[in-house]
Design a protein around this ligand. Structure first.
Ligand SMILES: [Zn+2]
Length: 559
């Protein structure tokens, strides 16, 4: 497959210049002016457009299972919405659940994405996805740690396993009890072990005691509607935790990456640590640059429930300044595809008695009914879709459904209630039924990040096009050890390319989102231009703003 992209303005992390790109065998073969078109080449005219290295989103949660909530998407949908946003590689997370080793957690995630049973990074990289919902674009993984082994030797071995599996980073948390939370001693152990294996340590930094106390006080006072979400997680809780993990990482000599900095002060602390010679990176997200806590006062507050929360209106301006001065190194979206039904807590989704009755009928029946009627995400599926989703024969789905309706006489009634709820899904008519403490946190962002950063970062002059490429492609590749394959327009690297047409204006709508949730926190915001084409290893996944596939083109990329 040979492709020549002509007449575009190339953007690297240092400059912009007019040039053509020749793509051969999934890689960039040549860059230059007036490159001759080989006879068999697919010639693409990029006149008037910017040609960027594909966006690498280093902070993504596709098909997320937190143990409490499960997002509604799968790897096909998740990577479709990414490709439409010009993203060519996502770095997602493999969770080491408490009963697993880190290696088992990562293997389970690969099995989910590719449907193959191997831990060998070379075999994984070759593996063609075997699942019903395979990815369109490439992926890499970070390893999210929960319960650590008692012995340091074993923890060291876990970290070496990660290196061997092509994973470049672990992620740990200073909050979220009981599973994810690590106390200071555990943080230090994780960091020390990671440093020995040269793994980056990603940290979600919020002071757990402060956040828990503030939350409990609000609950005790009956202040649990969504407008209180931000008050439960004050900005200084992030700053304190960042301060502490910087200290611990220095002690452990670990390379640190503090995720989703929502406070300008967090970024400043990181900059100071770097001046002292510490290896540490700052990540922020479009939501903290573009939105603020006033969103929690509106009827649409459910769209903005996330951790850390949106901040005071001064923070976005401060973060833009820090971004412009190069103190923020990486941009991630923290993408999460929860549905509106999950965010609002529609009735059957919250019906513990119904779930217990289903559970009593066995895991097969419970899985079928849960997926079929969208009991976890408010997205009912046909019998065929359910079979596809659960990887079961159609007859098994039909049989399980029959059993459920026989044993639970009012199941039909409950399902009607859900469907009525879904039909009334105008948030004004369907006020949130959940306290902020039980609303799943997380926003979709893959599809909108690039247009938003062009419109609100590059166009007003906060950052340049090369800054954008550094933040959204080159640095994520560099920090997470993918530069041998990705993150730049350079002969020999993967032909991951985005063509951005800066002409025209449009308004972001819920309807155009390719997520299952089908909503966006950026609804109503204007954007300049659009992602026209997305190429992953030379293959067109998006042309003229339309997803054209092919499904299952995505592969694992080892660091
Ligand atoms: Zn996250």
């Amino acid at each position: 497959m040979t492709t020549l992209i002509q007449n575009g303005i190339l953007v690297t992390e240092t400059e912009t210049f007019p040039a053509d790109i020749l793509v051969e065998e999934q890689r960039i073969a040549a860059i230059g002016q007036n490159l001759p078109a080989p006879a068999d080449a697919d010639v693409i005219d990029a006149s008037g457009c910017y040609v960027l290295p594909g966006i690498i989103d280093p902070h993504v949660h596709i098909q997320l299972d937190t143990g409490v909530f499960r997002t509604a998407d799968d790897w096909e949908t998740g990577t479709a919405t990414a490709a439409l946003g010009g993203v060519t590689t996502v770095i997602d997370f493999a969770t080491q659940f408490p009963h697993q080793t880190a290696k088992e957690g990562v293997a389970a995630r690969h099995r989910e994405v590719l449907g193959v049973e191997t831990a060998d990074p070379d075999e994984l990289a070759q593996a063609q996805p075997q699942t019903p919902h395979p990815p369109y674009i490439d992926y890499a993984l970070h390893c999210m740690l929960t319960v650590l082994p008692d012995e340091d030797e074993e923890l060291d071995a876990w970290m070496q396993d990660q290196r061997g599996a092509g994973v470049s980073a672990i992620k740990i948390y200073t909050t979220y009890r009981p599973n994810y939370y690590q106390n200071d001693a555990e943080l230090l152990r994780s960091m020390t072990a990671a440093a020995k294996a040269d793994l980056v340590v990603m940290v979600h930094a919020e002071n757990d005691a402060i956040v828990s106390d503030a939350t409990q006080r609000l609950v005790a006072a009956g202040r649990t509607d969504l407008s209180n979400h931000g008050r439960a997680r004050p900005g200084f809780a992030e700053i304190e935790a960042a301060h502490r993990v910087l200290f611990l990482a220095d002690k452990a000599r670990a390379e640190l990456y503090i995720v989703h900095n929502s406070m300008g002060r967090t970024v400043e602390l990181i900059a100071q640590a770097r001046q002292r010679g510490q290896r540490v990176w700052s990540e922020t997200c479009p939501q903290y640059l573009l939105l603020d806590e006033r969103k929690y006062e509106g009827a649409d507050a459910w769209r903005f429930i996330m951790q850390p929360p949106l901040r005071d209106p001064y923070q976005p301006a401060h973060l833009w300044q820090l971004l412009a001065s190069g103190r923020v190194h990486s941009l991630g979206t923290d993408h999460c595809d929860y549905t509106q039904a999950q965010k609002l807590g529609l009735r059957p989704l919250q019906d513990d008695r119904l779930m217990a009755r289903l559970a009593a009928l066995g895991p097969r029946v419970q899985d079928v009914i849960t997926a079929r009627f969208g009991l976890f995400d408010g997205r009912p599926r046909t019998q065929e879709e359910t079979a596809h989703y659960l990887n079961l024969p159609l007859e098994a789905v039909q049989q399980a459904e029959m059993i459920a309706f026989q044993r639970i006489p009012d199941l039909g009634e409950r399902m009607m209630a859900l469907i009525q709820d879904l039909q009334r899904l105008d948030p004004a008519a369907t006020p949130p039924r959940l306290p902020f403490t039980q609303t799943p946190g997380g926003l979709p962002g893959l599809q909108t990040a690039l247009p938003l950063m062009v419109t609100y970062g590059v166009m007003p002059g906060h950052i340049t096009w090369p800054d954008l490429v550094r933040l959204m492609s080159a640095n994520p590749a560099r920090i997470f050890r993918l530069s041998h394959r990705k993150g730049a327009l350079r002969p020999g690297l993967d032909a991951d390319i985005v063509i951005y047409d800066p002409r025209g204006e449009s308004v972001i709508t819920d309807g155009e989102q390719a997520t299952i949730g089908g909503f966006t926190p950026y609804k109503g915001m204007k954007v300049t231009g659009r992602v026209r084409d997305t190429f992953v290893r030379g293959q067109a996944i998006v042309r003229d703003g339309e997803l054209i596939g092919p499904r299952g083109w995505g592969r694992y990329v080892a660091s």
